[in-house]
Design a protein around this ligand. Structure first.
Ligand code: MTE
Ligand code: MO
Length: 213
């Protein structure tokens, strides 16, 4: 991970913050729906048949692997980190997309600063309380719209949608964002997650229709 890329991400983030979380859309709507997707106004639920009940008193987020300062944050500690809001579109590989999801929580870059990945860290492995996992290159995680979300449309993220906290990576298909997030591990080598070992694309770019490999 080059420092340059990190600084560029931080700069974009700072620019956006001046707009106080309001993100004007300049693209024509025709450019907004990735190929093969259909717009939905509902919010379908996709999970492994398990929606774990994690009482806030028992919740923690572990950040470990190739980092200078591993952390295990309690719910109050996590929520004391700087909070951000971001509105983004959500694309599920099963062909539905939902526009203008209003997420609030902690920017991935905030965690990055807190735990300081070692130079050899190049991949991030996410684990959920339901046993789910997924893998993403570190570079994708440093985009200004990536966050650990605790609110959706101004209310706490519901259990069915991955509460207490879930990962949002808008530029990738939604399976790359773990619901019920439990641990974030920094790795030197890529390690395929739950769907990635079951034939889903490793890269998951909706604009390139990287659905299955
Ligand atoms: N922990 C966990 N995260 C997950 C999943 C899951 O089954 N477990 N499903 C993924 C898939 S395939 C999608 S499309 C989205 C669905 O999020 P939603 O249920 O809030 O629509 O979560 C992703 N993250
Ligand atoms: Mo999905």
């Amino acid at each position: 991970m080059s420092n340059e890329r990190y600084i560029a991400a931080k700069q974009k983030w700072a620019e956006k913050q001046t707009a106080r979380g309001i993100r004007p859309r300049t693209e024509a709507s025709a450019d907004r729906l990735p190929p093969g997707q259909k717009l939905t106004t509902g919010f379908p639920v996709l999970d492994l048949g398990i929606q774990p009940d994690v009482p806030l008193a028992d919740w923690s987020l572990t950040i470990d692997g190739l980092v200078e300062k591993p952390a295990r944050l309690s719910w109050p500690e996590f929520n004391a980190l700087p909070q951000v809001q971001d509105t983004s579109d959500f694309h599920c590989v099963t062909t539905w997309s939902r526009y203008d999801c209003r997420w609030g929580g902690v920017a991935f870059t905030t965690l990055y600063e807190l735990i300081r990945p070692k130079p050899e860290a190049a991949f991030v492995y996410f684990t959920g309380y339901d046993g789910y996992s997924t893998n993403v290159p570190l570079g994708n995680c440093l985009d200004d719209d990536v966050l650990i979300a605790t609110s959706f449309d101004g209310a706490p993220v519901s259990r069915e949608h991955g509460g207490p906290a879930r990962i949002i990576i808008p530029k990738l298909y939604a399976w790359k964002g773990s619901k019920f997030i439990k641990a974030i591990t920094f790795l030197a080598q890529d390690k395929p997650g739950f769907w990635e070992v079951r034939g889903y694309s490793n890269t998951a770019d909706p604009w390139k229709e990287e659905r299955y490999s």
